[in-house]
Design a protein around this ligand. Structure first.
Ligand code: NAP
Length: 266
């Protein structure tokens, strides 16, 4: 059923803490109704009450473990059938930071289930509606580790590499429409993910840590500016342009059909 809110409803996954909580606050302030997704019901209830009383918007909580297939399907079906949805922010994510040989298979799979599978299936859930209505915004939260790997981030970086390439592909798919697909690649941001992942924020270079508010505001400024990929903490735009240029040149340079001379030994 169509609501009276002209801005529509924004879905924010991982809204119980960190970046998702700030995205939810910023969108409520703009006047969007919200659907908030996470496992910790009490955190969602508290946030929903705050946002409803402060901004007068309608907030619905979808308590779900996005790593559990039945929960994920329930959320996907809910948002697929909701014609009010104008924004999906695929923000929920998890990390275990340790060498892969010292990370349980369960933890490795959890990263793939939450960071990859849920992001993909929830994108699938909203995009047909966006295409039919020729409007909508999908924001996928990647990471600078989508293009870089530390010895403790093989699996996490792998999942974010998926987010980067998948989101780039979706951007190509919706080219020429009114639909916006934004990739956001934060660097270190002061959230629970570090403690949960096994690396306390206190162990990091304090000068390299961004606040959640700065990160989200930069992401939303990038969206408003029409950016396809936003790197909140990268000051030098030339670095971003050079990376983009190199990735296109490398692909183009691979379309030769012949082994490179350095591999012709005889
Ligand atoms: P966070 O504070 O730990 O928040 C993660 C959110 O994801 C929480 O709301 C959590 O909610 C939710 N979540 C985790 N597992 C879930 C599951 N199985 N089902 C449903 N929800 C789940 O971390 P954050 O830094 O804000 O993370 C947000 C996004 O930013 C992630 O995609 C992360 O990879 C990305 N990122 C973060 C940084 C950084 O330095 N913080 C840098 C680059 C990218 P519940 O626990 O209540 O379920």
């Amino acid at each position: 059923m169509k609501t009276n809110n002209k801005l529509g409803t924004a879905v924010v996954t991982g809204a119980s803490s960190g970046l998702g909580k700030v995205f939810a606050e910023r969108l409520a302030k703009k006047g969007y109704d919200l659907k908030l997704v996470a496992r910790r019901e009490e955190k969602l209830v508290e946030l929903a009450e705050q946002l409803t009383s402060k901004y007068g918007v309608t907030v619905t909580n979808l308590v779900a473990d996005l790593g559990a297939p039945a929960d994920l399907e329930r959320v996907a079906t809910n948002i697929q059938n909701d014609e009010n949805i104008t924004i999906l922010i695929n923000n929920a994510g998890t990390s275990t930071l340790a060498p892969s040989t010292q990370t349980s298979v369960a933890k490795q799979k959890e990263m793939i289930d939450v960071n990859i599978t849920s992001l993909m299936l929830l994108s699938n859930a909203v995009l047909p509606g966006f295409i039919a209505r020729n409007e909508g915004t999908l924001i996928n939260i990647g990471s600078v580790l989508g293009a870089f790997t530390l010895p403790i981030s093989s699996v996490y970086s792998g999942t974010k590499g998926f987010v980067v390439q998948y989101t780039r592909g979706l951007q190509e798919e919706v080219k020429g429409t009114n639909i916006k697909v934004q990739l956001v690649n934060p660097s270190i941001t002061a959230t629970e993910i570090w403690e949960v992942g096994g690396v306390p924020l206190s162990a990091l270079d304090q000068a390299a840590i961004m606040t959640t508010e700065d990160c989200v505001d930069a992401a939303l400024a990038g969206l408003a500016a029409g950016e396809l990929a936003t790197f909140p903490s990268v000051h030098n735009q030339e670095l971003i342009d050079a990376y983009e240029d190199a990735r296109i040149k490398l692909f183009t340079g691979s379309q030769t059909g012949k082994p490179a001379e350095r591999y012709l030994q005889n």
